[in-house]
Ligand binder design. Sequence first.
Ligand code: TMP
Length: 208
Amino acid sequence: MAGKRGALIVLEGVDKAGKTTQCKKLVQALQQSGQSVEMMRFPDRTTIIGQLINAYLEKKSDLEDHVVHLLFSANRWEMVKKLEQGTTLVVDRYAFSGAAFTSAKPGFCLDWCKKPDVGLPKPDLVMFLQLSPAQAALRGQFGEERYETDDFQRTVQQKFDQLMKDPSVNWQEIDASQSIEDVHREITTHSLNTINIAQDLPLGELWK
Ligand code: TMP
């Protein structure tokens, strides 16, 4: 029916929680059930801003911490048109990663870190893939990119815990230690419910 909109569904979580695997499986499942759906990920490393972020993450360049935070946010703002198009979007990381990762650095408060993303399209559902540091360690070593250390990830988890206390966001915690298929089933059920509800509601503005 004309005028109905797609849902904005975000997967968040610390590294190794399985976000990317689950995003891909969810997109497939929703497409098979007849939904118009696309996947998106942040950072989107394909744009000019995304290439600056990529070089920073791969430690090929150094950027001042405030600058890189604002670039991550700009990388979301440059995708807003797409986010508002009306197809259901499954998004691998969003402003919550932005706030959690920068505020895990010394000298940054969560409040400042949220500011550049205030007013972005507000997700209808944010599923947080919960995995303890011990369980994450069982999934192998971290890679070589910036932020991929146990200590930093522990602080990031604490920042996510703080963000999840915000009742203005529709958080759903998912136990990511379950099998891939069990996690997938849970995520698909939540997503289908959200798509049904969101189609009759206006898209909100984040943290406003
Ligand atoms: P990726 O591994 O999902 O591609 O994410 C790249 C890294 O960037 C990951 O360590 C999380 C971090 N990040 C931020 O610091 N700020 C952000 O806004 C986003 C989206 C990711």
